[in-house]
Design a binder for this molecule. Structure first.
Ligand SMILES: CC(C)(COP(=O)(O)OP(=O)(O)OC[C@H]1O[C@@H](n2cnc3c(N)ncnc32)[C@H](O)[C@@H]1OP(=O)(O)O)[C@@H](O)C(=O)NCCC(=O)NCCS
Length: 197
């Protein structure tokens, strides 16, 4: 598994010690407001198991995010298969972070490097991201890293029960193609999350 150092972050492999702080953020109702509510410890641990398996199977996935000198673990950022959600071959860039670390641009910075890894190392030609329209913090990250909303791609999430969660079904889709990403990076836009390097 590739580890990545950015200006402020270390995107690294998961450790057993991450399970406890990950379970704590997954149990936070504010963090989980747009993600169908808090998770139990068992479900959180099962998610870590899937993340580790995903790296082993594909050589890409969700990194554990460390802020050296600040916090050993603040959440995750990275790439995840979205074929079953979108209904066609697709890879999503995604993120989740403990609430006390919001507002520093860490996710934008990490996601910018996840895009670079996806396009340059994995060889993807497109990366998508999606959320419910009311998850403004999340779609603002998408905009900051140069993704563009495709209203024709808005969709009903196939795994969300409309009876139980009527406000969580409709999702907005953002996309970024490798060529657009390359030209945006070449123009030196700070917006790619790659910033000062
Ligand atoms: C979505 C989520 C990851 C966004 O976190 P965030 O802290 O808002 O995102 P960033 O780390 O990119 O930080 C951006 C904020 O930091 C500020 N900031 C400070 N320094 C910055 C810097 N160097 N670079 C960029 N932004 C910076 C920005 O102005 C912005 O603040 P604002 O929203 O008040 O304008 C977070 O809210 C979260 O974990 N939510 C719960 C899980 C979730 O919904 N995941 C997505 C599911 S689709």
């Amino acid at each position: 598994m590739t580890e990545i150092r950015t200006d402020r972050l270390l995107l690294r492999r998961w450790r057993d010690a991450d399970r406890e702080p990950f379970a704590a953020l997954n149990a936070d109702p504010v963090v989980m407001e747009h993600l169908l509510g808090p998770m139990t410890r068992d479900r959180s641990d099962a998610f870590v198991d899937r993340i580790v398996a995903q790296w082993d199977e594909r050589g890409w996935g969700l990194w554990a995010v460390e802020v050296p000198g600040v916090a050993a673990f603040i959440g995750y950022v990275g790439l995840w298969p979205a074929d079953d959600v979108i209904g066609r071959p697709a890879v999503e860039v995604g993120w989740r972070q403990a609430r006390q670390h919001w507002g520093h641009g860490y996710v934008t910075e990490g996601a910018g490097h996840a895009l670079r890894y996806g396009f340059e190392t994995v060889g993807l030609t497109e990366i998508v991201s999606f959320t419910v329209p009311q998850n403004e913090r999340s779609w603002r990250v998408m905009v900051r890293i140069g993704m563009v909303r495709d209203p024709s791609g808005d969709f009903d999430h196939p795994r969300i029960d409309p009876e139980k969660y009527p406000d969580m079904v409709r999702h907005v889709l953002y996309r970024l193609g490798r060529d657009s990403w390359r030209s945006s990076v070449a123009r030196g836009r700070a917006a790619n999350g790659l910033s000062r390097r």
